[in-house]
Design a protein around this ligand. Structure first.
Ligand code: NDP
Ligand code: 2IT
Length: 444
């Protein structure tokens, strides 16, 4: 593999898509050795075919706000690869959304979904629309207009979207309703649905819980667990909330949570009661995390990330590139023993290098946060069966999937000195399955 040429070609063809370049560069640098053991891959230019999405849809979304003004946003769906199953991946609604970000997310999703062992290809979509600050009626009109276009490209055996930043149960419900009306069919075309119409138990919890199940597997390799360990969590959305819930259940202490304006630091730890307040604040009132500091009289740091605080474990659960080299050095200096990513690509390449040089436990998002899409896969199975499983059944399957992903990382990522490079492990394991399926399906 000529990794430099592949990357240079991508940069020439898709200039300015920096997050996409970043994600591809990380994967190429870690799979190169394994790839080169298979000369048959290079003969069919497999790597370039795997790096470039199968197709990309872009469309204008027009909707009317509550004042009667006509608003436009850009909508997208990136269908990256479907060799192991229908395209699958979330929708992100946030003002920062652009094609480069969605291409990085769809690329990552392909490897992540391969790791889950379930039959799902990779995709991602969304719009540069932020639900925050909009009324329910505005969000509904936006979702309906978005689905008017998206519905042409998705289907239960074609492409199955779900949530991501800015897209939760409310948005999925509005989009599902519109798809059903347009197509006159009731199918499992979206996951993350409410329980009343085909959603799976544990799907809201799955990404956060799954990250902690993965973390527990990593800690086990060091003969330890979460009891008495302090954790820094960034974000206060879906992933962060259920990460915190599982940390508390397993005896850990949560010191911080954040949003895009700043973070709160609670030296006594966020208790279950305080977490319930955050859930209501964020999911019902859609308020700011600073209100927690006002209510409980703790420190709020505006405009900063929580990574300067001292703790045993860091769980980035907000967004990409939210933890840089300086943050990583600070965490390591403060004695962090593990970093497990709930968000997608939250650590910069420099930060990853710092963690790996310090030989701490470091799990990349595509392994550690795969629990969300795994339970989406289980939701698809339940929809196909027209049955629903109990919480316990779904949770047990989630636990065993996270354990399997951990084992795959150890298998492919253990270095001669015994250190597990989870980035390499996840990338190689995810890649090999997709590559073998691509080889079997011919050149097209
Ligand atoms: P939510 O929209 O529920 O929450 C996002 C949280 O991150 C909010 O606290 C938000 O703050 C904060 N945030 C968002 N953008 C930024 C930014 N640019 N800078 C700082 N903070 C930011 O999203 P999720 O919890 O679902 O997603 C969080 C991460 O987890 C994302 O990286 C997502 O891709 C990843 N993920 C999500 C999965 C899922 O099933 N939902 C599955 C796997 C990964 P604010 O309210 O101020 O915007
Ligand atoms: O990044 C992710 O894995 C998600 N946002 C979840 C995707 C899904 O289809 O459940």
């Amino acid at each position: 593999m000529d990794a430099k040429k592949v990357l240079d070609d991508l940069k020439r063809r898709f200039p300015n898509e920096v997050e996409y370049h970043q994600a591809v560069e990380e994967v190429l640098s870690t799979i190169e050795e394994e790839y080169n053991k298979h000369p048959e891959f290079d003969k069919v230019n497999l790597i370039e075919r795997l790096c470039i999405p199968d197709r990309v849809f872009q469309f204008r979304v027009t909707w009317m706000d509550d004042k009667g003004n006509i608003q436009t946003n850009m909508g997208y769906r990136v269908q990256h690869n479907n060799v192991i199953g229908p395209y699958k991946g979330g929708l992100r609604f946030h003002s920062s959304v652009n094609l480069g970000i969605l291409k990085f997310l769809a690329f990552e999703q392909t490897f992540k979904n391969s790791l889950t062992t379930l039959p799902m290809g990779g995709a991602k979509g969304g719009a540069d629309f932020t639900p925050r600050g909009k009324s329910n009626a505005e969000v509904m009109r936006f979702c309906q207009s978005f689905m008017l276009e998206l519905s042409k490209h998705i289907g239960p055996d074609i492409d199955v979207p779900a949530g991501d930043i800015g897209v939760g149960g409310r948005e999925i419900g509005y989009m599902f309703g519109m798809y059903k009306k347009l197509r006159k069919e009731f199918t499992g075309v979206l996951t993350g649905k409410s329980m009343e119409f085909g959603g799976s138990l544990i799907r809201p919890e799955a990404t956060g819980y799954g990250n902690i199940y993965f973390l527990m597997e990593m800690l086990k390799t060091k003969g330890t667990d979460l009891k008495g360990k302090s954790c820094l969590i960034s974000g206060s959305g879906n992933v962060a909330q259920y990460t915190a819930e599982k940390v508390l259940e397993l005896g850990g202490k949560v010191l911080t949570m954040s949003d895009s304006n700043g973070y709160i630091y609670d030296p006594d730890g966020i208790t279950t009661e305080k977490l319930n307040y955050i859930m209501e604040l964020k999911n019902v009132y859609r308020g700011r995390i600073s209100e927690y500091a006002d209510k409980y009289g703790v420190k709020y740091v505006a405009g900063e990330k929580p990574w300067g605080e001292k703790a045993d474990i860091a769980l980035p659960s907000a967004t990409q590139n939210e933890l840089n080299g300086d943050h990583a050095r600070q965490l390591v200096a403060n004695g962090v023993i593990a970093v497990s990513e709930g968000a997608n690509m939250p650590s910069t390449p420099e930060a990853i290098e710092v963690f790996q040089d310090a030989k701490i436990l470091y799990a990349p998002g595509k392994a550690a946060n795969a629990g969300g899409v795994s339970v989406s896969g289980l939701e698809m199975s339940q929809n196909s069966l027209r049955l629903s499983w109990t919480s316990e059944e779904v949770d047990n399957r989630l636990k065993s999937i996270m354990k399997n992903i951990h084992e795959a990382c150890v298998k492919y990522g253990t270095q001669p000195d015994g250190y597990v490079n989870y980035v390499k492990g996840a990338n190689v394991a995810g890649f090999m399955k997709v590559a073998k399926a691509m080889m079997a399906q011919g050149i097209y």
